[in-house]
Design a protein around this ligand. Structure first.
Ligand SMILES: N[C@@H](CCC(=O)N[C@@H](CS)C(=O)NCC(=O)O)C(=O)O
Length: 214
């Protein structure tokens, strides 16, 4: 049986959907609705007990892989020609380093802004303060990434000609910053990376599919 990518549009699952598209692998991509609670059904919890998207289910192995860096690693291993991660040990470790960096920023910065009200139990003033702090931290993180990208003639995080999994993740954080109203006009290297990722035909097709689904 084909591996199955369980995801949901306009969530962190979109990051894995883009990586899966860039891998060129023949995956069965299944979208579920968080709004309808489809991630909390017994059937889905049997696949991913965390009740979250994304998840890559490997029916033949009887295993489900979760957490973006782990899913990126599996995709890179399953599609070694994709360039999702470099093949050499140092390049691969640096790729994992950037995936971990993006993942940590997503959890401790961007998510705080998106979920501020829920995290503070509905208190509007506390939510506004948390959101403001998170937005400042998001801006700092993106400025750091822009400065690192400036050192690479390739314009990619790992100095590769093709976009890698960390590039896809970082470009998604740039997109999230747009939703949060974080100014990024003065981060040209990051914006150029965002355009480079969006121009990869398989990634553009994946994003267009998500738009269609809504
Ligand atoms: N650490 C997880 C985060 C997954 C996650 O939080 N997914 C969210 C969507 S962005 C979700 O499924 N939320 C369901 C819920 O909170 O009930 C990862 O790397 O994939």
């Amino acid at each position: 049986m084909k591996p199955i990518l369980w995801t949901s549009t306009r969530t962190s699952g979109t990051i894995v959907h883009q990586m899966a598209a860039a891998s060129g692998l023949d995956l069965d991509i299944r979208f579920i609705s968080l709004r309808k609670g489809e991630h909390r059904t017994p059937d889905y919890l049997a696949i991913n007990p965390k009740g979250e998207v994304a998840a890559i289910q490997l029916p033949d192995a009887g295993v489900t892989i979760t957490e973006i860096p782990a899913m990126a690693l599996w995709l890179a291993e399953a599609a070694p020609q994709s360039g999702l991660l470099p093949a050499d040990p140092i390049g691969r470790a640096k790729g994992m380093e950037w995936l971990a960096w993006c993942h940590f920023r997503l959890a401790n910065t961007f998510s705080l802004a998106f979920q501020a009200k829920r995290l503070v139990g509905g208190d509007e003033a506390a939510a506004a303060a948390l959101r403001a702090t998170a937005v400042t931290r998001a801006r700092e993180a993106l400025a750091f990434a822009d400065a690192q990208l400036a050192k690479q003639a390739s314009g990619t995080l790992l100095g590769t000609a093709r976009v890698s999994a960390p590039d896809i993740f970082l470009a998604a954080l740039l997109g999230f910053a747009g939703f949060l109203g974080v100014a990024t006009d003065d981060l040209p290297h990051l914006r150029a990376l965002g355009a480079k990722v969006a121009a990869v035909p398989a990634i553009a097709a994946a994003l267009a599919r998500e738009q269609e689904i809504g």
